[in-house]
Design a protein around this ligand. Structure first.
Ligand SMILES: Nc1nc2c(c(=O)[nH]1)N[C@H]1C(S)=C(S)[C@@H](COP(=O)(O)O)O[C@H]1N2
Ligand SMILES: [Mo]
Length: 367
């Protein structure tokens, strides 16, 4: 009956494995969105290998259940199962397509966003599906020692396929060949403002007037500061604060957006560490929160924040409105969504506001 008689585990073990695979994919997928340093590269590898193993598991499953999908005897339960099959297949297909350089233009979104969206729908449908059809694998099936070998074979072939992908991409010179470990592809490096603008639909402020804009530095500091644009770009006196000078600073850093592109530039502005030195953080200063005129905000641990930049220029050009003028956060090693644009406030805090996690999606939410 089966074309892979020695490899395919019993049905309920396949089902339980699919459940496990979805959990792994969801967890690694979520973590991958905040991983921007090479040390976190393994998360992407686990996600890919688990995805490839899932292709095999899903193929076994679909082969087993497809006869239930005869048009005459479709009911709500079966339709839901069918929908789950379609969405799961689409999630896997979009992931694989991305790896091989696929492209899709969905307005503000692209192929990787579609993959993420489908990947988030799978667990929702799966929960509903399990409410109707959940059954534990039998003890004999789980205790079967051959299953351990089957798993090893499954994960092993996933890993081999993942390696082969790299070779295939290079041999056929696809657009997928030049991916970072995050999966992102290069766009517009060293081109000044000529790289993609990525903002949430709701996060679309009017251009910020440099003349009236000011940058405040406050919270757990002994000297709150309010700096004009000229003070920020020219490193003038910290208005209202001590006579400290914020010197212009420059650094090269790579912005890597979770929608699947990255761009590397020479940024110029002020080092956050210089701002903090001028404001003199006090007791319990542990986090630094960067807030946009839109309410969008993110915090970095104070030591890391010191090394970040509030950029006014990119590759020597004044930052454009779309890229966050008058100033945006440059947070090396962090994913793009943490690089807050249109920053107007730097606040030193003891704890990190959890509202930030919500505010990066809907910026008008308050802590
Ligand atoms: N205020 C604000 N900052 C933001 C965003 C936003 O929507 N609003 N988008 C973030 C995301 S998801 C990314 S990838 C980068 C994109 O920067 P860019 O538009 O200059 O390319 O900005 C980040 N900073
Ligand atoms: Mo992003």
């Amino acid at each position: 009956m089966s074309r892979f008689p020695r490899i395919e585990p019993p049905p309920r073990v396949v089902d339980a494995s699919l459940l496990g695979a979805v959990v792994v994919l969801l967890a690694t997928g979520a973590v991958s969105l905040v991983s921007g340093r090479p040390a976190g590269a393994w998360v992407f590898d686990v996600h890919a290998v688990a995805g490839l193993a899932t292709v095999v598991l899903l193929a076994w499953k679909l082969r087993r259940v497809r006869h239930r999908l005869r048009p005459g005897d479709l009911d709500a339960t079966r339709l839901l199962s069918a929908l789950l099959g379609v969405v799961a297949t689409a999630a896997l297909a979009t992931g694989i397509w991305w790896v091989f350089g696929g492209q899709l233009d969905l307005g503000p979104w692209g192929l990787l966003n579609l993959h993420i969206g489908l990947g988030l729908v799978v667990p929702l449908l799966l929960v509903l599906h399990l409410r109707q059809r959940f059954a534990l694998p039998t003890r004999e099936a789980t205790a079967d020692r051959r299953n351990a070998l089957r798993y090893a074979a499954l994960v092993g072939s996933g890993a081999v396929a993942w390696q082969a992908q790299g070779i295939a991409n290079r041999v056929f010179d696809t657009a997928g060949a030049e991916r970072r470990f995050t999966g992102s592809r290069e766009r517009g490096s060293d081109s000044g403002n000529g790289f993609p603008v990525t903002s949430w639909v709701a996060d679309d402020p009017d251009p910020v007037d440099r003349e009236t804009w000011s940058l405040t530095v406050d919270g757990r500091v002994s000297e709150s500061l309010a700096l004009s644009y000229d003070a920020v770009i020219a490193g003038g006196d910290a208005g209202g604060g001590p006579d400290s000078v914020v010197a212009p600073a420059e650094r090269r850093a790579l912005l890597d957006c979770t929608s699947g592109w990255y761009s590397e530039h020479d940024w110029r502005g002020v080092r956050v560490g210089d701002l903090l030195d001028a404001a003199d953080p006090g007791e319990g200063a542990a986090w630094v929160q960067f807030r946009s005129v839109t309410g969008y905000r993110w915090s970095l641990p104070v030591e890391e924040a010191r090394d970040a930049l509030l950029a006014t220029h990119v590759d020597g050009d004044r930052l454009s409105h779309g890229h966050g003028a008058p100033t945006r956060l440059v947070a090396p090693g962090r994913r793009g969504f943490q690089w807050v644009k249109w920053v107007e406030s730097v606040r030193v805090t003891r704890r990190r506001g959890l509202g930030e996690w919500i505010a990066v999606f809907v910026s008008w939410v308050d802590d």
